[in-house]
Write a protein that binds this ligand. Sequence first.
Ligand code: ADP
Ligand code: 5GP
Length: 230
Amino acid sequence: MTTVFIISAPSGSGKSTLVNGARARVKGLQFSISYTTRPPRGSEVNGREYFFVTREEFEDMVRRDEFLEHADVFGNYYGTARRFLRTAQHAGEDLLLDIDVQGAAQIKSKIPEAVSIFILPPDRKTLESRLRDRGQDAEEVIERRLATATREIENYGKYDYILVNDRLDESIEALRSILVSERLRRPGAQRSADDSDTLARAERFRLDNVRERVQPILASFVTAAAPGGR
Ligand code: ADP
Ligand code: 5GP
């Protein structure tokens, strides 16, 4: 059986860092490499972070119905090829998708049992300093990412789990717990005593259990976005 995990986050929240950390700790997890029309950044390699294609190539794939979902993000196309799901199903492994909120909604409508996780930064200031410290983007790109983050964060209520990425080691452990707990919930899954801890830890990140924790984070973005804010 294959569980599809969707992970979304505003850029700079630490999604790549957390996903890499969790992949190193959870076996049997495949990762979908998306197709995109945006040019490669920095050290990105075709076929590793993304498959980099032209708009014509992407549109041909859309016509051939090769995508499970696709969306326009920041003016570029991004899409998840159906073949990654088929490969994971054949191997009996789970599939992790790093996609935006539009893609997440498309997957949820096609695969309602998919499990979605939204990663939030502790507050706007921290997101801003992580984007700056990463040293990857020009100033105007950072400003645009922060403005987009405000809109993306408003969608948090559509996700099953919310993870606030404060301390890195704790966040990686939280993500691991969520991934493993969903497997433990499958019919017929064997459980040990350690697994009860994992299940309990994962519960703490369910949407209904984090609403209060999320309010000040949302407020830090909304205040900054208001005229005269920041
Ligand atoms: P994303 O994939 O969401 O755009 P990254 O994984 O590239 O974000 O993380 C953005 C920056 O923040 C990176 O420089 C990363 O090392 C740093 N970072 C990620 N998580 C944490 C954390 N919990 N505490 C401090 N820095 C972090
Ligand atoms: P970046 O260009 O910074 O790598 O990614 C920009 C955004 O596109 C991120 O929110 C990322 O999750 C999203 N993204 C990456 N691949 C896909 C995909 O295949 N489908 C969708 N819908 N979004 C994607």
